[in-house]
Design a binder for this molecule. Structure first.
Ligand code: G4P
Length: 507
C-alpha cells in the first residue's frame, strides 16, 4: 500500500522564519484564510507575559500543534515544534512522531545553535531533511558558503535544487533547476505571485554560479535523502512567497510516507491491520475550568474509526475513543477515521501518558520515546507548606505532560525538578500558580545533571547503599543518580562498571 500521508515538522533557530513558512504552506494548502494566525508575531511574541497569555489560551496552541492540509491528493500533517528560545522535551518528542523535517536556515546567519541541536535529534532517528535557505530577498551570505556550512557542520551531502538570482537589493528571483524556470519578484511588494518564467535570461554572474552549483555538488538521490545522508537544498523567501510551492512539492514527491516504528525487536509496519499508535504529547488544562487533557497520538498502523476501543499500555484495559480530534488548521474537527501517519487528539482525564502505546490487542509496546537528562535542576519550595499534596499532584501532572521532569530524593523531603531549558522553569511556576493555586519557589539544587541507572540487582544494591544522598526516584519509580557534575558521572561510571548510567530513558 502506498500512503498519501506526509507527516513532518519544521526545525529552525528562532527568527529564521518557521512561522512565516508555516503560514505560507497552510495558505497554499488552503488550510487557513488569513495569514498571521499561526501564532503571535514579532514583538508581541517575544514579550514573555504575552507569550504566557497565548499559552493560556490553549485553544490556539492546540490547533497549531498539529496542522493538517491537503493538496493534489496528498494529506500533509505538519507538527509544530515549540519555537521558544528554550528547548523542552516536548520539542524532542514531537520529532519522534514525524517521518521527515524541513530545516529552515536564515541566509544571513547560516546554521545557528538550535538548528544544530534539532538536527542532531533528527539524525539520531534518521529523519530525512529538506533544507530551506530563507530570506534571500535580503542581503545574505553567498550561496556556496551556506551550502558548504551545512555540509561541514552537519556532515551531510548537500544537493542544491534552486539558486537565488542576486540577493538583497539585487534580488531578481529564484532559479529552479528541475524546471529550468525562474520565479520573479513582482509589483510593489516584490512578491512571487505564481507565474514562472521559462528559459529565463540571467545575469552572467548568476548563470555561472548556477553552472557551478549544478556540477560542484552531488545530484539529488532519493535513497540517500531518505537515509538521512543527503539534504536537497532550496533557496527562497517565505515572506515573499519564493520557494514555498517547491517545499510542498518536494515533501509530496520525496519525503517518506509513514514509516515502520520500533517496538522492541520488532518493526510495526504501517500496513498492519491492527490499529496501533503512540502518545508523543499530552496537553493538560486546556480549559482551566475542567481538568481535561488532550493526548496526541501518532497513528502507526491500521484504520482508526470513531468509537473504537483501544488499550493504552499504561492502563491495561481498553478505553472507547468517542470524540477524537483531527486537526485541520483553525478548526478542530471530530475525526471519523484516521490512518497511519495521522495524528489524533484524544480527550482524557489523565489516563494517557507520553510514551504510552495504544493498540487493539495490547501486545505491542513502541520503544524509542526517550526522556532526556535534564540540564537544569532546581529544588521546589512551597510558600505555604500545607500545600504539599497539591504540589505533588501538580508535579506529577506536569511531568506527565512533559513540561518538566520530577525527581523524589531518597533522603530529604524537597523534590527536585529538572528541565532542559530555562523558560520551562518560568512556565512551571506560572502554571503552578494559575492552574493549581500553588505558590512555589525554585531554589538552587546541589545537582547539575541526572542519569538513569540500571544493572544487576547486587550491583544496584551496593550502589544504592553508598550513594543514598545522591539518589532519587523519577515519576515511574525508576532509580536516578543525581550528579553534581559531569565529572561525577564519569567517576561513578568508572567505579561501577556493572552499571549503566544513561542520559536518556526509554519508556
Ligand atoms: P520564527 O517562527 O522562525 O521565529 O520566525 P518568523 O517566521 O516569526 O520570522 C522572523 C522574522 O523574520 C519576522 O520579522 C519575519 O517577518 C521575518 N521573515 C521571515 N521570512 C522572511 C523572508 O523570507 N524575508 C524577510 N526579509 N524576512 C523574513 P519580524 O520583524 O520579527 O516580525 P514581524 O513584525 O514582521 O511579524
Amino acid at each position: 500500500m502506498t500512503s498519501n500521508r506526509r507527516t513532518f515538522a519544521i526545525i529552525s533557530h528562532p527568527d529564521a522564519g518557521k512561522t512565516t513558512l508555516t503560514e505560507k504552506l497552510l495558505l497554499q494548502g488552503g488550510a487557513i484564510h488569513l495569514a498571521g494566525q499561526v501564532k503571535a508575531r514579532g514583538q508581541a511574541r517575544r514579550a514573555r507575559s504575552d507569550w504566557m497569555k497565548i499559552e493560556q489560551q490553549r485553544g490556539i496552541s492546540v490547533t497549531s500543534s498539529v496542522m493538517t492540509f491537503e493538496r493534489d491528493g496528498v494529506t500533509f500533517n505538519l507538527l509544530d515544534t515549540p519555537g521558544h528560545e528554550d528547548f523542552s522535551e516536548d520539542t524532542y518528542r514531537t520529532l519522534t512522531a514525524v517521518d521527515s523535517a524541513i530545516m529552515v536556515i536564515d541566509a544571513a546567519k547560516g546554521i545557528e545553535p538550535q538548528t544544530r541541536k534539532l538536527f542532531e535529534v533528527c539524525r539520531l532517528r534518521s529523519v530525512p531533511i529538506i533544507t530551506f535557505i530563507n530570506k534571500v530577498d535580503r542581503e545574505g551570505r553567498p550561496g556556496f558558503e551556506l551550502l558548504d556550512e551545512v555540509a561541514d557542520m552537519l556532515a551531510l551531502d548537500v544537493s542544491p535544487q534552486s539558486w537565488p538570482v542576486g540577493m538583497g537589493g539585487r534580488f531578481e528571483g529564484v532559479f529552479d533547476f528541475a524546471s529550468n524556470t525562474v520565479s520573479r519578484p513582482e509589483g510593489g511588494s516584490r512578491e512571487f505571485l505564481g507565474k514562472r518564467e521559462d528559459d529565463p535570461s540571467l545575469p552572467e554572474e548568476s548563470a555561472e554560479e548556477i553552472e557551478l552549483a549544478k556540477i560542484g555538488y552531488p545530484e539529488f538521490d532519493e535513497e540517500a535523502y531518505r537515509n538521512g545522508d543527503l539534504t536537497p537544498v532550496y533557496f527562497g523567501s517565505a515572506l515573499k512567497n519564493f520557494g514555498v510551492t517547491e517545499m510542498i512539492e518536494a515533501i509530496a514527491a520525496h519525503a517518506p510516507p509513514p514509516r515502520a516504528q520500533p517496538a522492541g525487536d520488532e518493526q510495526i509496519s504501517p500496513d498492519r491491520d491492527e490499529v496501533t499508535g503512540f502518545i508523543f504529547k499530552v496537553q493538560a488544562n486546556m480549559d482551566p475550568q475542567h481538568r481535561d487533557r488532550i493526548a496526541f497520538m501518532r497513528m502507526v498502523s491500521g484504520t482508526f474509526k470513531r468509537g473504537m476501543k483501544l488499550t493504552p499500555s499504561g492502563l491495561g484495559k481498553p478505553i472507547a475513543i468517542h470524540s477524537p480530534i483531527l486537526f485541520f488548521a483553525q478548526d478542530r474537527e471530530i475525526a471519523d477515521t484516521a490512518e497511519a501517519g495521522d495524528i489524533i487528539g484524544i480527550p482524557n482525564h489523565g489516563t494517557l501518558r507520553v510514551g504510552d502505546t495504544l493498540s487493539e490487542k495490547n501486545q505491542i509496546r513502541f520503544t524509542g520515546l526517550p526522556n532526556f537528562a535534564p540540564e537544569i535542576l532546581r529544588r521546589v519550595k512551597l510558600k505555604d507548606p500545607t500545600k504539599t499534596k497539591q504540589l505533588r499532584k501538580a508535579l506529577d501532572d506536569l511531568s506527565e505532560e512533559g513540561v518538566i521532569q520530577v525527581f523524589y530524593p531518597e533522603i530529604g523531603g524537597q523534590w527536585i525538578i529538572g528541565v532542559v531549558g530555562q523558560l520551562q522553569l518560568e512556565v512551571l511556576v506560572d502554571r503552578l500558580a494559575a492552574e493549581y493555586k500553588v505558590e512555589a519557589m525554585l531554589e538552587a539544587s546541589p545537582f547539575s545533571t541526572a542519569r538513569w541507572i540500571a544493572g544487576p540487582e547486587a550491583a544496584m544494591k551496593d550502589f544504592e547503599q553508598f550513594n543514598r544522598a545522591n539518589l532519587a526516584k523519577d515519576r515511574d519509580g525508576d532509580l536516578v543518580f543525581m550528579a553534581k557534575s559531569a565529572w561525577d558521572v564519569g567517576y561513578q561510571e568508572e567505579k561501577n562498571k556493572d552499571l549503566t548510567f544513561s542520559a536518556t530513558k526509554e519508556r
